[in-house]
Design a protein around this ligand. Sequence first.
Ligand SMILES: NC(=O)c1ccc[n+]([C@@H]2O[C@H](COP(=O)([O-])OP(=O)(O)OC[C@H]3O[C@@H](n4cnc5c(N)ncnc54)[C@H](OP(=O)(O)O)[C@@H]3O)[C@@H](O)[C@H]2O)c1
Length: 440
Amino acid sequence: MADALKIGIAGLGTVGASLAKILVERRDMLTTTCGRPIDIVAVTARTRGRDRGVDLSGAEWFDEPVALAREAKIDVFVELMGGAGDPALAAVKAALSRGVHVVTANKALLAAHGVELAALAEKHGALLNYEAAVAGGIPVIKALRESLTGNTISRVYGIMNGTCNYILTKMEKEGLSFEACLKEAQRLGYAEADPAFDIEGNDTAHKLSILTTLAFGTRISADDIYLEGITNISIDDIRAAADLGYRIKLLGVAQKTDTGVEQRVHPTMVPLDSVIAQVDGVTNAVAIESDILGELLMVGPGAGGNATASAVLGDIADIAKSRPGAQTVPVLGRPAAALAPYERAQIRKHHGGYFIRLSVEDRTGVFASIARHMAENGISLESIVQRGQPTAESSDPKTIILVTHATMEDSVRKAVASVKSEGYLVGEPQVIRIERPKAA
Ligand SMILES: NC(=O)c1ccc[n+]([C@@H]2O[C@H](COP(=O)([O-])OP(=O)(O)OC[C@H]3O[C@@H](n4cnc5c(N)ncnc54)[C@H](OP(=O)(O)O)[C@@H]3O)[C@@H](O)[C@H]2O)c1
């Protein structure tokens, strides 16, 4: 039997502790499947004495992650601390620089430094695996990086943040406000005390930037993502969406267009009868549309200690099974130097359907005026619905909901701006993009 694969783990929190436990408890099984044992020989975390629920007394303790990466006698450095900067960055660089393979779940690190780290890994003949960084336990990196080789990909999209999906699902199912559902998500541990990163869409954006690179062969460009979070979504939007046959999800979408690659994260209406609309709660889903295979949709746990550790374990097992000198999979799907510059497609050129919800003063002629502004901007309407009939007794605002056929975002923005200038809107208009699965 081959020598044991020696690993060092930096970070023994939710994911690190789950991983350590699985590696210890399933050592025999992994030895059989990988053809060699996998041993934890070095660990580090912030607090040394903390009970991690697993006996790690046989592993050497390091106070500093960089020291572990630089000095420990390891084949693989497993980075599970998180954060785009040091010590994660310095430690991963230190490991790769001496040819030690790296496995990480750190999307923030890859979104910020992925190309540089990929080049470093290539230079030193090391592997850099990061399945857990996107959509937790769903093997989407492997699908894009390996399984779909040779396919031309046209679109990748998905629900990649469990916190947002939990909140949107709960709002719809229980008719509660965004704020109430966020509080519940925090109580259950699905949302951080400071949830901004999740609900503003940044977490999804980090993951999307990695998928874009794998799908389209462009350099990672997380700063070029159009971003809208879910804080603006009201129960009225969710109800109106349901009435019209849609559900609202926070999607990350990367799509090839004539003018470049769109990368966008925003609340999105998806048809109720699509599979992605049925993905509820903290579950994640990623769809990949490609020319040879067609549409691939993967649904599964996107977070949590065990689900994430499962993906990390898969990456470690791949290394255990690989042999020195064997052909390796390029970190970002192709050599770092062969990645094309990212060309950002302008969101104003986005072509798709739109849901527009307008709260208007109860005046005659408003309905016709809105329809006229849409027509003047070349927007063809799938439906236009007025909620609450005008009455002589009431001057309460009325709601008008429009669903457009596929049109240019620029036209929608212009039409909405001219409707706004009429002075009969009450509050801000709501505009939500519609995304349709290929087959729908
Ligand atoms: N949790 C999930 O569901 C999930 C899903 C997908 C991806 N991820 C990614 O997995 C990574 C780990 O997440 P997590 O949820 O396991 O985080 P976590 O529970 O907060 O654990 C972080 C671990 O890193 C250690 N650590 C932090 N700063 C350190 C430092 N300067 N030096 C040494 N150790 C340090 C902490 O030590 P102490 O324990 O001593 O404080 C802790 O053990 C992140 O990149 C995250 O984005 C997590």
